[in-house]
Design a protein around this ligand. Sequence first.
Ligand code: PLP
Length: 487
Amino acid sequence: MDGEEFRLRAKEVVDYMVNYQNTMKDRDVGPSLNILKTKVADLKKFIPPSPPMEGGESFKNIMSDVDSLIVPRLLVWDHPQFFAYFATGNSYPTILADMLSDIYNNIGFSWSSGPAVTELEMIMMDWWAQATNLPTHFLFQTHGGKGGGVIQCSSSDAAFMSIVSARERALEFLQKTYSGEYIEKYQLIKKLVGYTNRESHSCVQKGANLALVRLRVLTPNDNNQITGEILERAIAQDVRRGLVPFFVSAIIGTTGTTAYDNIWEIGAVCKRNPLIWLHVDCAYAGGSFVCEEFQYLYGPLDYADSMNMNANKWMLICYDCTGHWVRDRYTYTQGLVITPVYLSNEIPGIIDYRHWQIQLSRRFRSLKLWLMFRITGVKMLREYIRNHVRLAKYFEELILRDKRFEITSEVHLALVCTRLVGDDILTQHLVAFINALGKLHVTPAKDQGQYIMRLCVNYEFATKEHIEFGWKHIQECATEVINLQKQ
Ligand code: PLP
């Protein structure tokens, strides 16, 4: 494909994209029951097992396959009736930014491999931190220049990176203070123990497994919170067993119910145990920090050594874009600086983001933040978040009027957790039934051992009418499920 053909096809694709977006509401949110029933959702039947030796297929044919084979097998995450998971950011400005990133094709792993990639990212991480009122120690421009932020692909990367940095810091300390003969620092890994809430995202456990460190999963209180007392008790027990607490991953906005740990108390415990690295996962809830009223709901992040939030969840930025801020970038990266000759074109004192992440190569993702902030703006983001939270409260109000349902946890943000009164099996059947019909999509979770249905207001332009439409459908499905159960 040459440039002139690209110009033509790109215009067609942009038309296609806008039409797709405009007609989305007329489609089902999930693959239709027909596809599920007949199991034709099996692409292997339609796509040859090996690639063509000759290219040159017409673009028209390919787009026709996209429409007939791919689209019916997609879940429509931006659909007005998509209440599953959490919001998945998307917006035209950020799609344009991704297009620019693709054409620049700058793999900015170091400053010298594309200075603007690094410099814009540093500026954007400070903009983003200010827009969400993060403590100043996370900014490049303050705190004697020790802190800073990086765009990771995902919160899972952020959790893993924080664990590895905490591990390296703790091992260095243990090795230096070890009283016996010389010991190789990795022999001391078995002494380390980290902590997290049972309700934290599974990525924390995955990160600990990858980093080969012990993670103690703490049982939260009835509000799904870890308190200072719970953490302190666990630490004391482990210290008595000869272990060394080195890491806590606290959470603001659990995936199941948007519960949040007591950050005030946890922060104070970590302060008394300076070897502990406090990481705070705000993957979803972080978006709400653009509004003052939500920042103060959870408590300060002043003690946090690192935190993360996904702009590609609740900040109208298309995947991927996770912000990961650290208090001390030197400590964060010191275990990860490896410089072979082919990467030795570094300039002293300049940030090289390759040390801040697992992979070497990186996209020019800060363009998405730059375009979003300049075109959408913080005020519009606030309105978007507030609208979702208002609508979640409205959803809750509607649900409370139907005595067949109960609300299972407080609605803090845009997530409503509910279940059918009675045995778990009823709600399990309801979730399965709703998703099989494909008109609306939801996700289940467990809250204090009970099966629940999560309803997250996700649609960018959601209105009361969308909520009412969705609720009516859920009620109809509930009637079917209850009747079937009686038979
Ligand atoms: N943390 C929380 C609270 C989440 O809800 C999620 C995903 O929904 C994650 C972490 C993992 O996010 P990612 O897909 O960016 O790794």
